[in-house]
Design a protein around this ligand. Structure first.
Ligand code: HDE
Length: 684
């Protein structure tokens, strides 16, 4: 062992010894134990503070520097750790080890986010959600930096700053926060009509997800998979949530913004803490190189989907999120994704949006971290060894050894040296490119409306209503009549029905021309055709003294057996007593919770509710009903529903036989929402 190694080992030994002996004792950052942390050093008890108080100075200086710039977009997000398990080898398509070797489990870190809002904004706003995954593979980090919507607003990265300026709060007022319902966003849309398809998605229920655990994820761009023989296929990546893709309703989403601005992160943290690990299957759509021009859209155009009915999604593995972050700053804030972080076997396409992203991400990280060494912080570090001749820079962590920091060299036997392809060296796919330098867009990128209509055609009537209402809300908020009219006229190219209905709602002129001759639909785009499960759904159970203990236990046990999470609500915290002597510990009061925090309500009651109790319970039940949520009732609860004329409606379940009731109610919960209801006063 060299002298240097011995010295290093000794230092590590010393560190370890101290850390066990002195655990719990506060020190300065230089290691000196601190004796006082409440009173700064002063000249006399009532005298001035002295500069020589090094602990005070250090503590305050650190605090003064505790903020880093928030992300320009996707500032508000939350993360979790997990793992990825491959189902079957993809070696025919890719040389990436983590996609070939089914015996390997790859650690991952995922960050979900909204796009437009600042770091402290609400999580349930109408917005696209980021879905960024870092795979720590044995061959280096692969980042799949995707969204929960499979297409994007623009086709060329050069327009990204314009898009983001338009959606962010308007510069002269700083309003609105985390919202697209304002003039500059819609002015951008009307004057950059390639946005049509994505705007349809953004106005759909996809933009108000129920949970991070219930969203699809998409790599959006066309990438390439390249196998060991150097053969390439075009690929699009998908994440399919095992719980299905489900959304809030608009009124609920807005109320949640106030009642619980952290609703999505809370939901993720709680699910993982309870062992309900979120799962997503990784899917790939694959197109052969020779089939590149077989479609009625350009497969490099990021405003287009590859309809799943034409190009099936093959599920190749599963990601499970198993661990919450320990420190939000160190992990969630410091994680730095980059769509250019690829491993051998995965390559890029010429999608002009993707190409531009390859520049932007490193640049923005340098701005956020003030250093090119952000790859050294723990959350960004590859799990495999990494070494090269890069040196120095702000906050360099690695203590690089030796005399030589250049290649080629003879003094260090030419180490580190590039690896050959056989040794795992990344070799860029040798696509033939032959063209004139030109600032233009291919003709094949110019159809902006057909797939927007495909999306509209694929929606159920309820989904269409929601889209119409979302357009009417957003456009209804605009001050400029001209922008409103431009948007109506633009979306007449997608659907005359949609544009006419919205025009009527906002008092604009109905479109004079337009309409689409696209009749195709893609059932895979509708959320109604996705998985429905009772698992992890939260049911608020309204209980008062005098309930029937055995009956309640029977229902609760059956709901739990179905994976449902019942939580008890009453007028006060503490214990409520049953007629048969049983006791129930109350989880929430009418004050501390709200129907919007639950997927369903089960009304039980008791035998002595006061008028106030009845009023509060009524509010819960009626609000949940107006959000189309499943409502169950037994005992006194049935009377409440009868008094409100709610019995007999879709998704309202009552019963005397507790087992049978619980089973039927669990089915209603699994169905998520019951649209077939007369709701007279609610806009959703
Ligand atoms: Fe991003 N994007 N983006 N983006 N993006 C960023 O990088 C950018 C785009 C996406 O949780 C930034 O680290 C450009 C598409 C996610 O940390 C920035 C263009 C898709 C996240 C940036 C796009 C995304 C970002 C801001 C147009 C879906 C959050 C902070 C060419 C496929 C990752 C940062 C996280 C973040 C640039 C378009 C997804 C500024 C220039 C398309 C999920 O670099």
């Amino acid at each position: 062992m060299s002298d240097e190694h011995q010295k290093q080992n000794k230092k590590e030994e010393q560190l370890e010894k101290h850390s066990t002996k002195d655990e719990g004792k506060m020190t300065t950052n230089q290691g000196q134990k601190v004796s006082e942390d409440e009173f700064s050093l002063k000249a006399g008890e009532r005298g001035p503070t002295l500069m020589e108080d090094f602990h005070f100075r250090e503590k305050m200086t650190h605090f003064d520097h505790e903020r880093i710039p928030e992300r320009a977009v996707h500032a508000r997000g939350f993360s979790a750790h997990g793992e990825f398990q491959l189902y079957e080898s993809m070696e025919d398509y890719t040389d990436a080890d983590f996609l070939k070797d089914t015996s390997k489990t790859t650690p991952v870190f995922v960050r979900f986010s909204t796009v437009a809002g600042s770091k402290g904004s609400s999580e349930t706003v109408r917005d696209v959600r980021g879905f960024a995954t870092k795979f720590y593979t044995d061959e280096g980090n692969f980042d799949l930096v995707g969204n929960n919507i499979p297409v994007f607003f623009i086709q060329d990265a050069i327009k990204f700053p314009d898009l983001v300026h338009a959606v962010k709060p308007e510069p002269h007022t700083g309003m609105p926060q985390g919202a697209s319902a304002h003039d500059t966003f819609w002015d951008f849309v009307a004057n950059n009509q390639e946005s049509a398809h994505m705007v349809m998605w953004a106005m759909s229920d996809r933009a108000i997800p129920r949970s991070f655990r219930m969203m699809e994820g998409f790599g959006v761009h066309t990438f390439r998979l390249v196998n060991a023989k150097g053969e390439a296929h075009f690929v699009k990546f998908h994440w399919k949530p095992v719980l299905g893709t489900h959304s809030l309703v608009w009124d609920e989403a807005q109320k949640l913004s106030g009642k619980d601005a952290d609703f999505h992160r809370g939901d993720l943290i709680e699910a993982i803490d309870n062992g309900n690990y979120p799962e997503y299957e990784l899917g790939v759509q694959i197109i052969k190189e020779e089939d590149e021009f077989m479609f009625d859209f350009d497969i490099l155009d990021p405003t287009k989907v590859w309809p799943e009915e034409d190009v099936p999604v093959k599920k190749i593995g599963k990601m499970t999120l198993t661990r919450n972050v320990d420190n939000v700053f160190a992990e969630n804030e410091q994680v730095a994704f980059h769509p250019g972080n690829v491993v051998k076997g995965i390559d890029f396409s010429n999608d002009p949006l993707l190409q531009g992203r390859l520049f932007s991400y490193t640049d923005t990280q340098i701005n956020r971290f003030g250093s090119a060494n952000f790859h050294e912080v723990p959350i960004n570090k590859p799990v495999c060894p990494f070494h090269n001749n890069q040196r120095d820079g702000f906050m360099r962590q690695t203590i690089s050894k030796g005399q030589v920091s250049y290649h080629k060299n003879s003094l260090a036997d030419n180490q580190p040296e590039p690896a050959t392809e056989e040794e795992g060296g990344y070799v860029h796919y040798q696509e033939k490119v032959d063209g004139r330098k030109i600032q233009a867009r291919s003709e094949s990128f110019k159809d902006h409306f057909s797939q927007a209509t495909l999306f509209w055609n694929s929606m159920s009537d309820v989904e269409k209503d929601h889209i119409t209402n979302a357009f009417s809300f957003e456009l209804g908020k605009l001050e400029s009549g001209s922008v409103q009219q431009q948007v109506i006229d633009m979306f007449a190219n997608v659907s005359l029905d949609l544009a006419t209905a919205v025009a009527e709602n906002i008092g604009a002129r109905a479109p004079q021309s337009g309409g689409s001759d696209v009749t195709k639909s893609s059932p895979a785009l509708s959320q109604e055709n996705m998985t429905y499960k009772p698992d992890t759904r939260k049911v608020g159970v309204i209980v008062d003294d005098g309930f029937k203990g055995e009956d309640l236990m029977t229902v609760i046990n059956e709901l739990k057996a179905q994976g449902i999470q019942p939580e008890l609500i009453s007028d006060k915290l503490g214990v409520k007593k049953a007629v048969d002597g049983a006791e129930a510990e109350i989880d929430h009061t009418f004050l501390t919770s709200e129907s919007v925090l639950f997927d369903a309500i089960y009304a039980v009651g008791g035998d002595n509710e006061s008028k106030d109790f009845y009023k509060a319970a009524n509010y819960f039940i009626n609000e949940a009903f107006s959000h189309f949520k499943p409502i169950g009732a037994t005992h006194e609860g049935v009377t409440w529903l009868q008094n409100n004329n709610l019995t007999g409606s879709a998704g309202v379940v009552t019963g005397d036989d507790m087992q049978a009731f619980a089973k039927e109610f669990a089915e209603a919960v699994a169905a998520h929402r019951h649209w077939d209801r007369e709701i007279v006063y609610q806009v959703v």
